[in-house]
Design a protein around this ligand. Structure first.
Ligand code: KG4
Ligand code: ZN
Length: 338
């Protein structure tokens, strides 16, 4: 007899994207994301505006998701939601909604760690490839930068992390210095396509072990731009592509240096990237180039790089299968431990 595959509703609301997905087995039936435009003019996410926008978006996004998936709420087996890490006000909207649905439908609740979910997005069926355990995952987002040893969907160990800014934050803050709107990462990536990555050499930080630091680079870029703009007020506009390519080159080199060290020391050639910055074209290109060295490189599909409900649903599925259910009284956790 064919066993019925579980259907999981995934709700993501940790930052500025309200997203809902419906997953059947390992297959995504719908993955809707409502981006919030309200933050662009402020150069970063404004927490209060983010939670208000989540409140406006969440019901329409769930309705769209169910319609696209051609499923009704009664067919859902569990509701998975992001418990943390993230911004409290944003997390509160998703978690309250998930809890309300769980009570109304009498269906189990599953609490998902956002960073683990980024990694588990690799196991959604429509990715180009799927990593074998154990593998190393460079998890790079707006709030985190980690090298994780992934032994199984439920057994992961952080080998190293950033001691200050995250890689995505480095992209966004550098962009802000150049008056590039938030989120700056994708735009730096775009402008860098036309630029020379060696035009302006910035320093690659060298932290102990597998740890990272990006705050020195941020300060380095700030002083560099200040000096150049004093000499020529049009410096940024005239050199935008070269500046972007140089910054991107430095961030990618910093990330790859530590990943290479982990691959060498642990003798693990199975390598993946996850999180918003894994959408970066230079990072993807340079990682793919490592395949000649025997690395098996897994790049997530673009829609599963930045925040999405699909990754919450797949992470929720693994917890649901072992009956690790959430508790209604558990509050959202902005600094949820990995
Ligand atoms: O995972 P994510 O969507 O949200 C967090 O969990 O933080 O990551 C967002 C981050 C932002 O900093 C954004 O600038 C960065 O990912 N990002 C990129 C690219 N696309 C998104 N950074 C560099 N290149 C990109 N193509
Ligand atoms: Zn994220």
């Amino acid at each position: 007899m064919v066993q019925k595959q579980s259907i999981i509703l995934g709700i993501e609301s940790s930052c500025d994207d309200t997203s809902v997905a419906i997953l059947e087995g390992n297959r995504i039936l719908a993955n809707f994301i409502a981006n919030q435009e309200v933050h662009t003019e402020f150069g970063g996410v404004v927490p209060e505006l983010a939670s208000r926008a989540h409140q406006q978006n969440i019901i329409p996004v769930i309705e769209k998701g169910l319609k696209e998936a051609n499923r009704s709420l009664s067919e859902i087996d569990a509701i998975a939601y992001t418990r943390g890490p993230g911004m409290l006000g944003s997390l509160l909207v998703g978690s309250s909604f998930a809890k309300g649905l769980s009570i109304a439908l009498n269906k189990p609740l599953v609490e998902v760690n956002h960073m683990k979910a980024h990694i588990l997005a690799h196991f959604i069926k429509d990715n180009a490839s799927c990593p074998q355990f154990p593998f190393l995952c460079l998890t790079v987002s707006g709030g985190h930068t980690q090298i994780v040893l992934v032994k199984s969907p439920l057994d992961m160990e952080v080998l190293g992390k950033t001691l200050d800014d995250a890689a995505g934050e480095a992209f966004d803050k550098a962009a802000k210095m150049m008056d590039i709107p938030y989120p700056g990462g994708p735009l730096i990536d775009k402008y860098a396509q036309e630029g020379n990555p060696k035009a302006f050499p910035f320093k690659i930080s060298n932290m102990k072990g597998y740890n990272f630091s990006f705050s020195g680079l941020k300060t380095g870029i700030l002083y560099f731009l200040r000096k150049k703009v004093e000499e020529n007020p049009n410096f940024i506009a005239e050199n935008r592509a070269d500046i972007c390519a140089s910054i991107q080159h430095t961030i990618v080199a910093t990330l790859l240096k530590k990943l290479e060290l982990a691959v060498k020391n642990l003798s693990i050639n199975e390598v993946a990237i996850a999180g918003g910055v894994s959408a970066n074209s230079e990072l993807r290109k340079q990682l793919k180039a490592k395949e000649v060295l025997g690395w098996n490189v897994h790049l997530p599909k673009f829609e599963y790089c930045t925040d999405n409900g699909a990754m919450i649903a797949i992470a929720g599925k693994y917890l649901f299968e072992v009956e690790q259910f959430g508790e209604l009284q558990n509050p959202p956790s902005p600094r949820l431990k990995f």
